[in-house]
Design a protein around this ligand. Sequence first.
Ligand SMILES: [Cu+2]
Length: 315
Amino acid sequence: MLTRIFLMCCAMALAQPVMAAQESGNTHLIEMEGAKLESGQLAYRMVSHKIRNSSGSVQDITDRYSSEPTIPGPTIIMTEGDVAEITLKHAIKDASDPVSLHVHGVHFPIESDGTMKVFNHLADQAAFPGKSYTYKWTAAPGTAGTWPYHDHAFGDPMLGAEDKGLYGTLIVNPKSGKVAALIDGQMKQVDIKDIKREFVLWMHETTFWGMELNHLANRQIPLWTNPTLGAREGELVRFHVVGIGTAFHTFHLHGHRWLQPGTSHVVDTVNISPIAREVFVLKAGEGVGTGEWHYHCHVLQHMQSGMMGGFRVVK
Ligand SMILES: [Cu+2]
């Protein structure tokens, strides 16, 4: 009897975090597909994203996304306490290999690992041609951050095809709604809702692949390769710099500096190794004003190959 009570208590304790998340947070109902671009590269596309809140009302935010497949893929934004059900469809023409979705950072059961049986010893967790696969993620407390998601199945059942463009970004905002930043030369807590523009920059071999999250227009704008970014002087902007592939980079932004997350270090150049991230908020043009500020990888060989872009700060 005691054992039974103990087991019941354990089961309740184990079940509690997921239930708490479902009760307090939103549920994201997402449909995505893996597709092929005209260039032959692969890319994810957002088909549908609906958010159901704790009282059951549903908001459709699909129109915030590009209607076309993009590199990087759609940026999924959640808040600590949210859960997501993501159904991935196979839409890669003339391909028999399955496509999958493997995410970092958040919690998920082993069935949602997005890997193949040869890898997880359980099952193929991927969408085969004409089929789909559903993944469940929980943005549990403590999983706030910017995380990559990517394929782990196509072409090579051990590695997948992230190298061909099947990768994207998950942002889990903290429940507090605030992030640390260096603003007007001081460490401050910034309200995330005051950030009107975010730039997602993936560093892949010798190219930046970018996306703007424009919260003024409620749109995700694909920026493609080595883009020029734009902001108004004094605007709070958040950068999400992510590495992918095999190369090691040094991300540098001219004229600006930021607080290295979790520290009081002020930096203007950071190392970005594959799947490493640097996420920071700054005030556009702070102390330096308007101008065509540049960002680039500081590895000379990568710079020589054109790994750079502009950060245009205007009045
Ligand atoms: Cu580099």
